[in-house]
Structures are given as C-alpha cells and as structure tokens.
Design a protein around this ligand. Sequence first.
Ligand SMILES: *Cc1c(COP(=O)(O)O)cnc(C)c1O
Length: 386
Amino acid sequence: MQEDFQKIVEYIRKLYNKPEGQIYLHEPFFGGNEKKYLAECIDTTYVSSVGKFVDSFEVEIAKYTGAAKAVACVNGTNALHIALKLVGVEQGHEVISQPLTFIATANAISYCNAKPVFLDVDMDTMGLSPKALLNFLETQTHFNSATSLQINNKTNRPITACVPMHTFGHPCRIDEIVEICNRFHIPVVEDAAESLGSFYKKQHTGTFGKVGVLSFNGNKILTTGGGGMLLFQDEELAKHAKHLTTQAKVPHAWEFAHDEIGYNYRMPNINAALGLAQLEQLDSFLTSKREIANHYKQFFNGSNTEFFNEPQNAVANYWLNCIFLKNIEERDAFLTYSNKNGVMTRPAWQLMNRLPIFKDCQRGDLPNSEKLSDCIINIPSSVNNK
Ligand SMILES: *Cc1c(COP(=O)(O)O)cnc(C)c1O
C-alpha cells in the first residue's frame, strides 16, 4: 500500500515538474491582461460597484455559456441565495438537493428559512440521481391544485426548488432532472459553481434550469478573488436579479427609492476586471486541465486506484481530478501520506446530512453518497503552466 502511495506522489511531482516543495490542490493562474485591467480600474477610479468591467464580464460570460443574461454577484453563495428567492423559495418551504456538495448549497437554502431534503447521487456523475428524485416525488409528495405547489406528504411543506450540483465539474443528468421537475412544477436552480467550461449534450451547465449559478472563488477554474454569477434564459428574471442584488434601488436621477428588501450582492468593478482577464484564458485553462486529466487517466489505468472519468454525454472541465480509494481506512492513509509529503489532497466534503446543523433534515436512502464520501480523494489539478 505504502509503495502505491509513494508511486502516486512521485507521479504528481513529475507531472507538475516539482521535485520538492508544496504542490497545492488548485492554484489560480494569472497569465493574461489581469494587471492591465486592474491598473485601468485604479487609474479611472472605477474600483467599486459601477464600471465597464462588470458589464463586459456579464456579457462575455453570457456569450460563453449561451445564457440569455448573466448577473454578477459578490460570491457564489450569495448568487445561490438570490436564485432561490427568485424562483419563489420562502420561509417554511423545502428544497431538494444532494448531500454530496459544498456547504454553500445547503446554507443558501437556509438563508431563505427553508429546509433541504437530501436525495442520493448517481455513482457515474456524483450528481443528483434522476431516479432517486422521481421515486421521491412519486411516492412521497402530492400536488395541491389550489396553490399549484408540490407538497411533501410527511411534513406538509411545499417543495419549491430543486438544486442539483455538477460535482467537481462533472455534469449530472441535468436534462432528465429538469424534465422530472417540470412535470412536478418544481423550478430547478443549477449549482454550476464548479462547472464553468463543462457541457452536457453540448449545452453549457447552468443553462438548463430556471437559474444557474457560477462561482469565481480563489480555488475555482477562473477567479475574481471572490465572485459569482447568475445565469438566466428569462430576461425578466435577470432584471429582477439585478434589482435584488443592488439594494432594490429604483432608478432615478437623484432620489433614493427602494421598492422591496434588497441586498448588496453586486460584484465590484475590480473583481470583474480580474474575471474578464481570466475569462480570456479559459480555453487554454481547459486544454491544460484536460491534458492533466489524460495523464492521470493513463497513470491510474490498470492500477489499484480508480480515476474518475467524465460522465457519458458530458464534456467536463476537470476542475478537480478525483480518484477512488478502496475504503475510508485506505482513503485516510493516503490523505495522511500525501499531505505529509507536500502533495495536497483532500477528501470529499462531509455529507450534509451528517453535519449537526442538517442532521434532522429529511433524506432518502443515500448508499451512493455514502460510498463516494468514503472513497473520494481530490488530487492536484491546477493549470499546468510550465
Ligand atoms: C464554490 C462553491 C459555491 C460557491 O462558493 P463561493 O465561495 O461563495 O463563491 C457553491 N456551491 C459549490 C458546490 C461550490 O463548490
């Protein structure tokens, strides 16, 4: 075992051409117009919430993803909060999601004073399982025609959104999920925070649901320092998003009028400047990440450790490469060995339903989520700039 671990660590060092020193899981890479655009912000004094880079970044992200409109936010978690509000999630409602996700997904549901319901993921996508979703909706919910809401039989609460997540950049079966949710009158908010550059059946992730959410945190494929983006096909909804994220201020030459409770969730111009410069390099980042994934794939082929390949019908961004160890003991032994030897590796997140704050939430059977959370290890995946 130790010998296998040593071979993996040596291979990663070779791949990144770094015989010693720390190798991180995912480092940002600034190789384009970042300094130029940031200097322009400072020279023009447009560093804050108004400026041309916010507009251009939104336009260029919409163009790249094929969304009709994109609205920039301070971070991905805020963007998820706004997305859930926009589709009608309110106090006392429930939102279906997957337990194998980053805490932001479940936190955003909580910001609406709603409760998550956790359903299982598929083994081959690591994202929400359409089968588990359909089974839950068919056997444990009913439609209230007076309110046009789908009701959870057990809790009597309405289910007003479903949030699948494209885990580590690998698209889930999003077309099936949207089709099922449409049948049950439940809007889909896609957590595409990890999947900028990932496509399912040639369509960009985040554009299948009513709203999609991207993140530009420091460890994501592109970074704005901190940032997020809402993706829409519905332009009216996008307009409302812009309104909500800018303190719900009614446009006027000098009056301060606000027509609902809004938020200060808009992205500053300096963050957007960084984002625009990063976006210009996205294709080269994707190429580099696919090369790294292909190297890993070859290396792990025929070894005792399984490498996670992009799902069928999908082109993944390979944001974080992922291997499966045999069980939790072996997983922990490898985590200990690699981190001690300067190669950063991480397990998957603790399942949401196992966290004290969400342990009382309703959930389905979760055999796949449990298996995956015991076996997954993310290995270094930064853009290779050598
Ligand atoms: C990164 C991430 C988010 C958003 O995170 P921010 O740091 O707030 O931008 C949301 N969901 C998932 C699954 C993520 O990985």
